[in-house]
Structure formats: structure tokens, C-alpha cells
Ligand binder design. Structure first.
Ligand code: ADP
Ligand code: MG
Length: 232
């Protein structure tokens, strides 16, 4: 799905979080949203996902304002598995809460796709490592065969080696399944590795954009400062 956002503005109370955001999410590509903590990245993807309304501007989904949000899936920041449910029940959550019971084969196939051993089918999240929890959260996000997946800081809390593995896995599943991906990250290495286009948000506007492979060549002083940690 192609998603076009034009002059999007969004405020909470009287405080504008998104001041003027225009960006294009290309079909079957991986778009990366970068920016300092608190700049509005999560608000932006939740607005695209229609979890929030907005104040002005437009969002077009394949040219239309209406969209079936069943085509969307989100990997929320921190994974957000339900502690009281088994891994299998977490992955099949939408069926599980509707008392459907024949999800075993689909769950096992997804567990295989994300590199989880079937021995943890009946285990609980507390028994899993951080990397395994991320895999389970990814399997849950894939369960409904989304056209678009939103990934909110999918490698937060992982060590560099596990972050790398999760990035490889994300890249593999979105490419194989031809999913349009929108990822938030503040990890430049992840952005270069997993992204096609990037957008850098600063103070509620898009300060810089381009191809992920050219991130380190940026001339934008705000983005440079974000990358290097140096003051501009
Ligand atoms: N539901 C909400 N109500 C009021 N303010 C919110 C809400 N959600 C986010 N905000 C504010 O919007 C700003 C951007 O938040 P967020 O998008 O979560 O930042 P980040 O870029 O770290 O993901 C923050 O100042 C936050 O306090
Ligand atoms: Mg956030």
C-alpha cells in the first residue's frame, strides 16, 4: 500500500506535536522514521494507523482517505506481550480472544518463520529472552497477514548482536511477504541496514529525508548532530 501524508498537523490540548509533516510511504518498501525521543514519531505512526485523529492536512491510502485498518499491523514499542497468556495464545491473539481454537498450525508455521522453536509453544513470556520476545511479537504482528506493518523501535532493549539478528529477521519477513514497512528507530545502523527511504523529524517537522544508504552523507546540520551526538 502507498501512503501519502501531506501537511499533517496534530496537537494534544494546545500543544502541536506534529507541526507540518509531509512524507510518502512507498508500497513494499521499508520507510524509516528517525528523530530524538519525544519528537512525535510514535504519534505519527499511530495517526497513520488511525489510532489518533489529526487537526489538519491529509493522509491518503492508495489514493483514498478511507482504509481498512485490518490491513495494518503494529509491533508496539517494548513488544507488549500479554504475560498471562502462552506464547501461542499471544501470537494468535486475535483468534484466541474470539474463542477460536484451531490456530495451532498457523502459529507453528509463524514460529518457524521467526526462528522460534516449537518447544516454547506453551511457555509464557517471562520464560523467554528479550530476543525471543521480540520474535514472538513479530509473529503476532504477522498473524493477520498485514499489507503494512508499523514497527516502533523494534530493537529497543536488545544488545547489538541480538538487534542485528532481529533486523535481519525483519528484513527477511517484509521482503519475502512483500509487506510495506514503516519503522521507527534511533539506531542509525539499523536504519542503514533495513531501510529504503528515511525521514528525520525534529521539532514537529521533517528536517531531512533521503535514501538510507546515504544517511552518513547528509548535509543537514540537525540530522548530523543527531547522528554524531555533537552540538550544531
Ligand atoms: N495521548 C497523548 N496525549 C497527550 N500527549 C501525548 C500523547 N501521546 C504523546 N503525547 C506527547 O507527544 C509528544 C511526542 O510523543 P511520541 O510520539 O511518543 O514521541 P517519540 O518520538 O519518542 O515516539 C510527547 O511530548 C508526548 O508527551
Ligand atoms: Mg516513541
Amino acid at each position: 500500500m502507498k501512503i501519502e501524508i501531506k501537511n499533517l498537523k496534530k496537537k494534544f490540548n494546545e500543544n502541536f506535536v506534529l507541526k507540518d509533516i509531509s512524507l510518502t510511504i512507498e508500497k513494499n518498501k521499508s520507510t524509516i522514521i528517525l528523530g530524538e525521543s519525544g519528537c512525535g514519531k510514535s504519534v505519527l505512526i499511530k495517526t497513520i494507523y488511525k489510532l489518533f485523529g489529526f487537526d489538519s492536512g491529509s493522509i491518503l491510502y492508495d489514493g483514498k482517505t478511507e482504509v481498512d485498518i485490518d490491513k495494518f499491523s503494529m509491533l508496539f514499542q517494548y513488544g507488549a506481550l500479554f504475560d498471562s497468556l502462552k506464547i501461542s495464545e499471544n501470537i494468535a491473539f486475535t483468534d484466541f480472544i474470539n474463542n477460536k481454537t484451531n490456530f495451532e498450525r498457523k502459529v507453528l508455521s509463524l514460529m518457524n518463520d521467526v526462528g522460534l522453536n516449537k518447544s516454547i509453544f506453551d511457555r509464557y513470556p517471562s520464560e523467554l529472552s528479550g530476543g525471543m520476545k521480540k520474535r514472538a511479537a513479530l509473529a503476532r504482528a504477522l498473524y493477520k497477514n498485514p499489507k503494512v506493518i508499523f514497527l516502533d523501535e523494534p530493537t529497543t532493549g536488545l544488545d547489538p548482536i541480538n538487534s542485528d539478528k532481529i533486523n535481519d529477521l525483519i528484513l527477511e519477513v517484509i521482503t519475502k511477504r512483500r509487506i510495506t514497512a514503516v519503522s521507527i528507530t534511533h539506531d542509525i545502523k539499523s536504519a542503514i541496514k533495513t531501510g529504503d527511504k528515511y525521514y528525520f523529524i525534529c521539532d514537529g517537522i521533517i528536517q531531512d529525508k533521503g535514501d538510507c544508504k546515504n544517511i552518513l552523507k547528509t548535509k543537514n546540520k540537525f540530522f548530523k548532530s543527531f547522528i554524531t551526538g555533537a552540538k550544531y
